[in-house]
Ligand binder design. Structure first.
Ligand code: SAH
Ligand code: DHB
Ligand code: MG
Length: 223
């Protein structure tokens, strides 16, 4: 058996017992697939981790950058109280349309708002609205802009908030100084910003599973 088949099998075993998808989550992926969205959503195990982290935070306000079909959005939205709020930023209006339907089917349309446009245009507008600080920010969009997203996350959070950056391994390219691709440079810049910023304490974890070899970074906002 190949190593990645083993990772798949173990991930499937874990999620079957610990993070089974209900009909709503399955339908979200089915409709994302029908609309030909790429299969780059978080896995059920990762979605459940996001949900647990939001619950541990006691999150009332969540910001997501990169909605796709709203799959991670549903996992996160389910961690919120009825008067909670999740704003998710998505560049592609077709993805946002699929996500909006999936979110409505999940009964989360009163909590979740999908905002269409390049996140670097949506974020200053959001900041102008002076929103309550976000308790959790999930960064999962174009990797080249990751340092900008961490920067905006810092402006839109407060002490104790959690910032999560998805996909920080880039197949291992993140540690190859000769690799200067935009996604790798953006990911390195975000990690180095987290590591050096006086208001952040963070770590990064490599993972294997249904999405292969990957990883995420976690950072807590300090005073
Ligand atoms: N969080 C989703 C996956 C997101 S995939 C999940 O796990 O279910 C990354 C998404 O970011 C894609 O939908 C892509 O269209 C979006 N994206 C890419 N560049 C963007 C940008 N500049 N602003 C906002 N969204 C962007
Ligand atoms: C890609 C983006 C993601 O958010 C992800 O989880 C996996 C892959 C990508 O752009 O390739
Ligand atoms: Mg991702």
């Amino acid at each position: 058996m190949s190593e990645s088949q083993l990772w798949d099998d173990v991930d499937e075993y874990f999620s079957a017992h610990l993070s089974p998808e209900d009909d709503t989550l399955q339908a979200a992926l089915r409709d994302s697939d029908a609309a030909e969205l790429p299969h780059i959503n978080v896995t059920p195990s990762q979605g459940k981790l996001l949900q647990l982290l939001a619950q541990i935070q006691g999150a009332r306000n969540i910001l997501e950058i990169g909605t796709l079909g709203g799959y991670s959005t549903i996992w996160l939205g389910r961690a919120l109280p009825a008067d909670g709020r999740l704003i998710s930023l998505e560049y592609d209006p077709r993805n946002a349309e699929v996500a909006t339907r999936n979110i409505a089917r999940a009964g989360l349309d009163r909590i979740v708002e999908v905002r269409v446009g390049p996140a670097l245009e949506s974020l200053p507008k959001l900041a102008d609205e002076n929103p309550a600080p976000f308790d959790l920010v999930f960064i999962d969009a174009d990797k080249a802009n990751n340092p900008h997203y961490v920067d905006w996350a810092l402006r839109l959070t407060s002490t104790g908030s959690l910032i999560i950056v998805d996909n920080v391994v880039r197949g291992g390219r993140v540690a190859d100084p000769a690799d200067t691709a935009a996604d790798v440079r953006g990911t390195r810049a975000a990690l180095e910003l987290i590591g050096s910023h006086p208001r952040l304490s963070g770590t990064a974890i490599q993972t294997v599973g249904a999405k292969g070899y990957d990883g995420f970074a976690l950072a807590r906002v300090l005073a």
